[in-house]
Ligand binder design. Structure first.
Ligand code: ATP
Ligand code: MG
Length: 209
């Protein structure tokens, strides 16, 4: 394998403009695996544009880009497997701007699926929506998993993320978690929230069914 083939990042002649303004006018980069590489420049030099193109969040005008052997523009965002292999910590804000739940979430089903009472399905659906809304809004997560497990006489739904986490004892205000608890109780079930700062969050609801 040549040195270039093993490289983590290879960029040739990368160009990007916004209207009349040229952000990148043909940059070349080679970053090897394990290398610590600093991209420095004054405001407006195009650093963010270059990184967003390499991360698959922005389309380039011209040039070649390969990150971990894949063109980040392939299929729009190069796919979930590729994205799971790269790690990005944004300078500010709750994650990267257009990272959707579909980009980061996996769905798993355990046990033998069966029909549930409409009321039970509504509880599970609402808890799932609300928990994923929280992942999107608060967690800055890179991965989330939704697990639906059919037990003998109960159904358990779990929504986990690897984001910022929080201290459940210190939550005040907000209707989401409170509403999930009420819905779970109304269906004869329980809601459990496990989270701590820096350790991600898991919300699970178990209801008879
Ligand atoms: N997955 C999560 N990751 C990080 N923090 C979370 C997560 N879920 C909830 N939180 C924290 O718990 C708080 C309460 O969540 P809750 O859903 O009850 O309210 P909210 O999202 O702030 O407002 P609302 O749901 O009413 O729009 C949030 O403000 C946030 O600080
Ligand atoms: Mg909420």
């Amino acid at each position: 394998m040549t040195k270039t083939a093993a490289g983590a990042v290879r960029v040739r002649g990368l160009r990007k403009g916004y209207g009349d303004a040229t952000a990148l006018c043909g940059i070349d980069l080679d970053i090897q695996r394990g290398e610590v590489f600093a991209l420095l420049g004054p405001n407006g030099a195009g650093k963010t544009t270059a990184i967003e193109i390499m991360a698959g969040y922005r389309q380039r005008d011209a040039g070649e880009v390969s990150v971990l052997g894949t063109d980040p523009a392939t299929g729009g965002r190069a796919g979930r497997c590729w994205r799971a292999r790269i790690g990005i910590v944004a300078q500010s804000g709750p994650g990267l701007p257009d990272l959707s739940i579909a980009d980061i979430a996996d769905f798993e089903v355990g046990g033998v699926p069966r029909s549930l009472a409409t009321g039970t399905e509504v509880v599970l659906l609402r808890v799932c929506q609300e928990a994923l809304a929280n992942v999107r809004k608060h967690a800055a997560a890179r991965r989330a998993v939704v697990r639906l497990a059919y037990g003998q006489d109960e159904v358990r739904l779990e929504i986990c993320d690897d984001g910022t986490g929080f201290d459940p004892a210190r939550v005040n205000g907000g209707y989401g978690l409170h509403g999930m608890r009420l819905r779970a109780a109304e269906a004869g079930g329980t809601l459990t929230v496990c989270s701590s700062p820096g350790a991600g969050t898991s919300v699970s609801v178990a209801v008879p069914g």
